[in-house]
Design a protein around this ligand. Structure first.
Ligand code: NOJ
Length: 758
């Protein structure tokens, strides 16, 4: 019997919700609308967590909490669920949520890396595995995918999303929702997906996490909204609101944003959760007068569930209703949505989890294989002078694997990893050693110490999250030792980047330099004359200007996850060729930030590369860029029609040929530019892509359809979506500078889609 049958039809669910609702007191309703963090009461948790856990258990025991987050152990889930079920007269189970961002026990590459795969089916499969593991331990819902467009790499949370582009972002958003949720909400072995943070969070001023956002309407609708629309259209059951002020109104209490845009224009009918403490924060922001006012304003805009660390604002709902500040109907509307999801997940009938089964699901070796493939497909080859890569094991007498990140198992997993198993995590050094065997000497030195943060982060208390600097680490001597090893080796593989705690939430930076003395190490190793392969481990673009000129081979491996080491060895030694492409324009330096490929033409476009006098204003590597161990040629770009009436489509076809001697993957990308219209349009916008695997010499014809969904845009002149009669340029190629192009025109107007409030 499927879960849908277990849960009942939509009508039956509605009837059960209404029946429950009539019997509930206001306090019980407020409890259903409250979600608490639960870190567990144990010795290692610390005094604050212990105290908070006791409070949460008291709340559960009297029906004062409808949902918990951060519980990850199946036995704990069962114990707390029992408390919940017994603590309320109605037997309403708790909903367990957690940040399953890029894996649960099996850690996949960070989301930015997975976006670099340009491979939605692979991403869907990976998040399907993540869902399976999470659901097995009793987690019902993930606070993912993060679909915030990020155009400023100073913002640490760029690592959690799909980069700068709305089209790629939308494809990744939909793939992840499908992976997490399956084909319907309540599907077995899946979890509810909660795209976040609605909306605009990635545009934080100066890249400073949580700072305010001031977006133009055109950027909001055309750039920041499409991934949310795609996630909602893919069926996401939940959406999380953002922390910051959007145009002066906090996102979590923003009626226009939540009612008109999310529920209205996007048609979202699932349940909404606030970010942690974001309802309380309506008062902190200087928006709500106090916690009661915060609760009232949040409920009035349909914010169903308050995520609270402690002292929730929704605890004041009873007094607010009594005072007439909010109608009970508004509260009921929120409770309905929360009860409905619990029913649709079948939790009333099956609130507990099978602990034995959880163990076997987490141990499933096929999950690790999916992680290995994901890591291989995410890597981006940025440079390969003289075909240094792939390395030939037979010809290598000795390899120096340098850098602390080559051995750090915690760092290779990236931020937002909690339930990982370090035993089954493979470091780059281990994988290189295993691949080469005893015939090749593999040496290692860290070279530099991990960089310490100036300020702490909320994640510091999780085990292993803060790298330990070895006692007595002698910086100069260690650097010299690494250089010596490079000198005596046939090749040096240098692993540099950012320690995982330097990127993520509360991990914004004012620079994008390689932290610490890493550049110095790299320069000294290159100066030995030994050929150098630079592996970049990162969750944001870093300043690689020097490397881009002096290091022959650069492979961006990101934070590749549990099987990251193995996948990197697969790539280094040519078992597979890298085929990932950049999901952002890679800036030369922090001074260029933000730099995006989809800017408008503006004044003197012929001098676009010269907007600064001290540095080219083009990026170091363009959006969509990535090399392979083979090469590809594009030809025969053909349109099936040159005039397209408004509302109709055309088909673009192109021939792609693998012109090299090895098999490889290419991501075929299609860009358009609308020459004139009711607003200026970007010089290029991605409107189609396909990742192909081609054997040596193999040609393939690829077809793309361009229709109203691709040709419409939100015009600030019309304050609506429009389809202009215009001429469009179209290019197809392997990155955003593709030169093979043609053009077509559109005639007539209208048919742009649903009207939207401006
Ligand atoms: C705050 C973060 O902004 C959000 O993304 C996350 O889901 C919650 N904390 C819960 O961990």
């Amino acid at each position: 019997m499927s879960n849908v049958e277990a849960a009942g039809s939509a009508e039956e669910i509605r009837a059960r919700v209404e029946k429950l609702l009539v019997g509930m007191t206001l306090a019980e309703k407020a409890g259903q609308l409250t979600q608490y963090f639960y870190f567990g009461g144990n010795e290692s948790a610390g005094e604050w967590a212990n105290e908070q856990s006791r409070e949460v258990e008291v709340a559960l025991g009297r029906g004062g909490a409808g949902s918990l987050l951060f519980v990850r152990d199946p036995a704990e889930v069962n114990r707390l669920q029992r408390l919940t079920m017994e603590g309320n007269r109605h037997g309403i189970p708790a909903l367990f949520g957690f940040d399953v961002i890029h894996g649960f026990r099996t850690i996949f590459p960070v989301p930015l890396a997975m976006a670099a795969s340009w491979d939605p089916p692979m991403v869907e499969q990976a998040q399907g595995v993540a869902a399976r593991e999470a659901r097995a331990v009793g987690i019902h819902w993930t606070f993912a995918p993060m679909v915030d467009i990020a155009r400023d790499p100073r913002w640490g949370r760029i690592v959690e999303g799909a980069g700068e582009d709305p089209y790629l972002g939308a494809a990744m958003a939909a793939a992840q929702v499908r992976g997490f949720q399956g084909d319907h909400l309540g599907a077995p072995e899946r979890v509810v997906a909660g795209p976040k943070h609605f909306a605009g969070y990635g545009a934080a001023l100066g890249g400073r996490d949580y700072d305010e956002v001031n977006l133009s309407a055109s950027e909001f609708w055309n750039v920041y909204l499409p991934p949310f629309r795609a996630a909602v259209e893919a069926g996401a059951g939940n959406v999380m609101t953002a922390y910051m002020d959007l145009d002066g109104v906090p996102a979590t209490g923003n009626r226009w944003l939540l009612s008109e845009v999310l529920r209205g224009a996007l048609g979202f009918d699932g349940f909404l959760v606030s970010d942690a403490n974001a309802v309380r924060n309506l008062a902190t922001h200087g928006f709500a007068a106090d916690l009661t006012d915060a609760a009232v304003r949040a409920v009035k805009v349909g914010l169903d569930l308050e995520m609270a660390i402690s002292d929730p604002a929704y605890a004041h709902l009873e007094e607010a209703v009594a005072a007439g500040s909010v109608d009970v109907e508004a509260v009921d509307a929120c409770v309905r949505r929360v009860l409905e999801v619990k029913l649709r997940l079948g939790l009333f009938d099956q609130p507990y989890v099978d602990e034995e089964r959880a163990r076997s699901v987490l141990a499933d070796p096929s999950h690790r294989e999916v992680a290995r493939v994901a890591a291989r497909r995410s890597a981006v080859l940025l440079r390969n002078e003289g075909g240094l890569l792939p390395l030939s094991p037979a010809r290598l007498g000795s390899v120096a694997v340098l850098g602390h990140l080559a051995t750090s198992k915690r760092d290779i997993l990236g931020p937002w990893s909690f339930e990982f198993d370090l035993e089954e995590t493979v470091s780059i050094l281990e994988a290189v050693q295993a691949r080469l065997g005893p015939g090749t000497e593999v040496t290692h030195a860290p070279g530099v110490r991990p960089t310490e943060r100036l300020f702490s982060s909320i994640f510091d208390s999780f085990p292993g999250n803060v790298p330990v600097v070895e006692e007595g680490f002698d910086d100069d001597a260690e650097l010299a030792r690494a250089v010596e090893l490079a000198k005596g080796s046939d090749v040096a593989v240098v692993v540099l980047g950012e320690w995982q705690n330097l990127v993520g939430e509360q991990a914004s930076r004012s620079s994008i330099d390689l932290p610490g003395r890493q550049l110095e190490l790299l320069q000294a190793v290159v100066a030995t004359g030994t050929p150098v392969v630079l592996l970049v481990m990162n969750g944001r673009p870093l300043d690689l200007r020097w490397a881009a000129e002096h290091v022959p081979a650069i492979l961006d491996v990101w934070y590749p996850g549990t099987q990251g080491g193995t996948a990197v060895a697969d790539l280094l030694f040519g078992d597979v060729a890298p085929g990932g492409k950049l999901p952002f324009s890679w800036p030369r330096s922090v001074g260029q930030v933000p730099v995006v490929y989809s800017h408008t033409t503006s004044h003197e476009p012929e001098r676009q590369a010269e907007r600064y006098w001290d540095e080219p204003s083009t990026p170091l590597y363009p959006f969509g860029f990535g090399l392979s161990y083979t090469s590809f040629a594009y030809s025969e770009l053909v349109l099936d029609r040159s005039e397209v009436p408004a509302g109709e489509s055309l088909v673009v076809s192109v021939k792609v040929t693998n012109t090299g001697e090895r098999p490889g993957d290419e991501v075929v990308q299609l860009y358009v530019h609308q020459r004139h219209g009711s607003a200026s349009r970007p010089v290029r916008e991605l409107k189609g892509f396909r990742r192909l695997h081609l054997a040596a010499g193999e040609p393939r014809t690829v077809r793309f359809t361009l229709g109203p969904a691709e040709l419409r845009y939100w015009s600030s002149a019309a304050r609506d979506y429009v389809l202009d009669a215009s001429t469009f340029d179209v290019w197809v190629g392997g990155d955003s500078t593709a030169s093979l192009g043609t053009s077509f025109s559109t005639t007539g107007r209208g048919g742009a889609g649903s009207p939207t409030p401006g």
